[in-house]
Ligand binder design. Structure first.
Ligand code: ARG
Length: 264
């Protein structure tokens, strides 16, 4: 064989082997079976997203999503192990089977659904703007080439260019850093999920304002290994069950009272 061709074959192999290793075969064991056998459900989250996940003053995980997976682990009769990580690490960690699922206010998008499978959605909201109090911005229109902060790896970053074609975009790693850009006036606005925008505007009433008209649709769902129908079916049964028996409503009352228009 020609050396070039051999090299090409080798290259192709290097590309194909990892793909094959990640995609599921019909006979593969479901993550559900592994979780039940292990007796532990490993859930990944980035706890910087109130009221869905954060850490309280004792360092404990709290929030709607945390209660959700606590109930889930209870129903599966397994222990819950929460694995904290940066938001952009969640999907790769599912693919590497470091976690069984991610619950992180994650929007189910078609692009992400190419690498993970989503459950039914358990909450719907939209992206909104946190603007500087003196930025003179009343709506998303006419943003022009102003400075927009977005958080890395989130739908805010993914949609920024399409929604604000001429904006100058600053990508920051944490929600706190994005909010701070607006508070200090380095950015005119921060594009993020509605309840985070609302929370930030309440925490910084002098320097920021929330424009709560949703600019996108963000259905939150749990993310699981790609193509594991058995696991997703079991998780959807759980979501249906808690809507029926009132546990879902209890969690809504606890964390999601008085939603602005556009979240439900
Ligand atoms: N819904 C947005 C997304 O899916 C932001 C989620 C951020 N969640 C978090 N726990 N930090 O990209």
């Amino acid at each position: 064989m020609h050396r070039r061709t051999l090299l090409h074959c080798l290259l192709l192999l290097c590309l194909l082997v990892p793909i094959a290793a990640c995609s599921r075969e019909p006979g593969d064991e479901s993550t559900l079976d592994r979780v039940l056998a292990r007796g532990i459900l490993r859930v990944g989250t980035e706890p910087e997203f109130k009221p869905f996940e954060s850490k309280n003053e004792h360092g404990e995980f709290v929030g709607f999503d945390i209660d959700l997976v606590r109930e889930l682990a209870g129903d599966l009769e397994v222990e819950l192990e929460i694995v904290e990580m940066a938001f952009p690490a969640l999907i790769p960690s599912i693919r590497q089977a470091r976690i069984d699922l991610a619950v992180s206010g994650m929007t189910a998008t078609a692009e992400r659904a190419k690498s993970v499978s989503f459950t039914d959605s358990y909450f719907e909201t939209g992206l909104c703007l946190l603007v500087g109090a003196d930025a003179g911005i009343e709506s998303a229109d006419g943003f022009g080439d102003r400075q927009l902060a977005v958080k890395q790896g989130t739908t805010g970053q993914i949609n920024a260019r399409r929604l604000f074609p001429n904006a100058r975009i600053t990508v920051m790693r944490t929600e706190g850093a994005c909010v701070n850009e607006v508070v200090t006036g380095r950015a005119d606005a921060f594009l993020y999920d509605q309840l985070s925008v609302l929370g930030a505007s309440r925490a910084h009433p002098k320097t920021t304002r929330a424009i709560l008209t949703p600019l996108t649709k963000e259905p939150y769902a749990m993310a699981t290994p790609h193509g594991d129908a058995k696991f997703v079916t079991r998780l959807n049964e759980f979501l249906t069950a808690i809507r029926k028996d009132g546990r879902y409503q209890t969690m809504r009352d606890k964390y999601l009272k008085d939603l602005p228009d556009g979240s439900r």
